[in-house]
Design a protein around this ligand. Structure first.
Ligand SMILES: NC(=O)c1ccc[n+]([C@@H]2O[C@H](COP(=O)([O-])OP(=O)(O)OC[C@H]3O[C@@H](n4cnc5c(N)ncnc54)[C@H](OP(=O)(O)O)[C@@H]3O)[C@@H](O)[C@H]2O)c1
Length: 263
């Protein structure tokens, strides 16, 4: 299997895209540490992996808290002895509001979780990756990291930042045989995108169906669909942290059914 004897940390691994990535890594033989704030969801993913014969650990972690990140990585190293892969997947959608109405605490919270969290986790795992001269970091950005995104400014800024962080880190740590890449999912089927639509509907005084219809009417996809699946994102994640993509670093790959091509 691709990830035999490898250890992966997946932040936000208890649900959605992070869960799909965790299960995909485990099915390729990795021991997976799932880290987020809600322990029962993490434990459910660990149980799924263990029931399939894999190894996994749930570690309750707020990625925006430096001390908790340090403890999470230390526990991983003490339990498994190494970290080969980090996926910075944790992220919140933040407020749906115009910049003129944004509360500073909401702005700061989104950046602390979505962007600073990725830096804290990367910095912590890099200590042992640099010593071992090997490792893979994968960041999760968004279509909103490549275009302006009205009513979601802190989210948009955090996801643009993720792509800059990916390129910068790739240039800094490539000399240690460490690769850093990024995936930008398009709208991904699941609870999150439904919550995004609900928030947009509320902010615009429209119904969920009206927002969905508006998305369908205004989205151009070469594949004729406005969403991708969590498995499609996870399969790309497997590729980007496997030896099959050994020549790729500093890249951002859109998994968006081609909707990212829309001008
Ligand atoms: N769904 C989409 O359409 C879409 C599109 C483009 C990009 N993305 C990005 O893909 C990633 C995963 O999205 P998703 O759709 O799977 O979202 P989701 O279902 O809302 O999951 C987000 C994950 O982040 C975790 N998280 C939030 N705050 C955290 C914190 N302070 N510390 C640690 N973990 C935290 C959550 O767990 P806890 O709340 O338990 O901590 C949860 O596991 C996100 O970065 C998102 O921005 C999603």
């Amino acid at each position: 299997m691709k990830f035999d004897n490898k250890v992966a940390i997946v932040t936000g691994g208890g649900v959605g895209i992070g869960e799909a990535i965790s299960l995909a890594f485990a099915s390729e033989g990795a021991a997976v540490v799932v880290a987020a704030r809600t322990l029962p969801r993490l434990k459910a993913v660990v149980e799924k992996i263990k029931s399939g014969g894999g190894k996994a650990t749930a570690i309750q972690t707020d990625v925006s808290d430096e001390g908790q990140v340090k403890r999470m990585v230390a526990q991983t190293l003490s339990e498994y002895g190494q970290v080969d892969i980090l996926v910075n997947n944790s992220g919140i959608m933040g407020p749906t509001a115009s910049v003129v109405d944004i509360k500073l605490e909401d702005w700061n919270e989104v950046l602390a979780i979505n962007l600073t969290g990725a830096m804290l986790c990367s910095r912590e795992v890099l200590k042992s990756m640099v010593t071992r001269q090997r490792g893979n970091i994968l960041n999760i950005s968004s279509r909103a990291g490549q275009k302006g995104f009205p009513m979601r400014s802190p989210y948009c800024v955090s996801k643009w930042g993720m792509i800059g962080f990916t390129q910068t880190l790739a240039m800094e740590v490539g000399r240690y045989n460490i690769r850093v890449n990024c995936i930008s999912p398009g709208r991904t089927e699941g609870e999150r995108i439904e919550n995004v639509r609900k928030a947009r509907a509320e902010a615009a005084g429209l119904t969920y169906e009206e927002i969905l219809n508006r998305e369908r009417a205004t989205t151009t996809s070469p594949l004729g669909r406005i969403t991708v699946t969590t498995d499609e994102v996870a399969n790309t994640a497997v590729f980007l942290v496997s030896d099959e993509s050994g020549g790729i670093t500093g890249e951002n790959i859109s998994v968006s059914a081609g909707t990212a091509l829309q001008t």
